[in-house]
Design a protein around this ligand. Structure first.
Ligand code: SAM
Length: 122
């Protein structure tokens, strides 16, 4: 299967929002991973519940931009699923935003989602 067969929609947050707003969105939308986008909806970073916890532990409850990961590992819809598996393993992460040529966020592939796929025998 290809990434487009297994990706799911994901909520994003605009850069300029706060750590607090990211925390609220993660809880409301029940996602662990929140891709961060600019005004043109292009991917500029990612924050996870781990990043938000770390920011609060260090008393950095301000802008999202300084705490987000800027070097985001991504896949495209036409990539094979086994590339996603390799990237998750190699970088010790649990999700990959799926982006198009303009870096617009199309969805997300998570380790959890891939486990479900494998358990169904794909
Ligand atoms: N295993 C946990 C996980 O997968 O979230 C924690 C370890 S992981 C190295 C935590 C860091 O990875 C966070 O700072 C997060 O922003 C970053 N991260 C998560 N997904 C990412 C991705 N697709 N590309 C780059 N960094 C990512």
């Amino acid at each position: 299967p290809l990434i487009k067969d297994v990706m799911v929609p994901v909520a994003t947050i605009k850069v300029g929002f706060s750590v607090y707003e990211a925390a609220k969105k993660i809880i409301e939308d029940r996602f662990n991973h929140l891709p961060v986008v600019d005004e043109d909806k292009r991917l500029v970073g990612i924050v996870t519940s781990w990043d938000v916890s770390k920011a609060l532990a260090l008393s950095k409850d301000g802008d999202l931009a300084p705490i987000m990961t800027r070097n985001v590992i991504t896949v495209s819809p036409e990539d094979p699923v086994d590339l996603a598996v390799r990237l998750l393993e190699k970088h010790n992460i649990s999700a990959l935003p799926v982006i198009d040529k303009d870096r617009k966020v199309l969805g997300i592939v998570t380790g959890e989602g891939l486990s479900k796929l494998i358990s169904r025998g794909l």
